[in-house]
Design a binder for this molecule. Sequence first.
Ligand code: C5P
Length: 212
Amino acid sequence: MKVLITAGPTREPIDPVRYLSNRSSGKMGYALAAAFTEAGHQVLLISGPTKLDIPDGVDLIPVETAADMFEAVEHHLGRMDTAVFAAAVADYRPQEVPEHKIKKTGETLTMELIRNPDILGSCRGRFGFHGVLVGFAAETENLESNAREKLTRKGCDLVIANDVSQAGIGFDSDRNQILLVHPDHTESLPEDEKHHLAPRIVREIEILAARP
Ligand code: C5P
């Protein structure tokens, strides 16, 4: 099948030399891209800036901002069977981006932020996507209930939830401990390396894709 994966952080410019971003390494999304390819699927990876090597056989569209990622997803989603949203998209971006570097003048600096579009949340309605839709939920509290709420609100078939309040797993780490949150049940997987979890997640998604 054809699989679109978003991965990594987004970078939202503040001025020509600064940006707002987050600690996402992109490792989970890249591990999934590699695992889908190894299982014989065709992968389009739409990724924010990371230090990772592009897995063999994967088509990459590099992006910087949430708006770039939105546009790339909108353009390619129509020909996909499955879409997996592993990117840590910045929720807000600076409203005004000046042409020149901001000077340090006052003792404080106030910046107005504006909401970024919800890319995953646009798939079912605005983009009219009918394929298998998988989201991620990085939470610091009420992991399962927050993930389940996301599953319903964003029209996902599966949400992969991880607790990012625990040191050593999740964000910016090689390891992860995840819950597979389905519409009718939740399965907890033991903590493991992301590249071991990825083939397990691929098999789960293949089962969803095979359903009539
Ligand atoms: O709402 P929240 O950001 O917690 O949702 C997380 C899920 O939504 C992830 O799968 C993430 O990739 C996706 N997302 C997105 N566009 C946004 C925010 C989140 O695609 N602007």
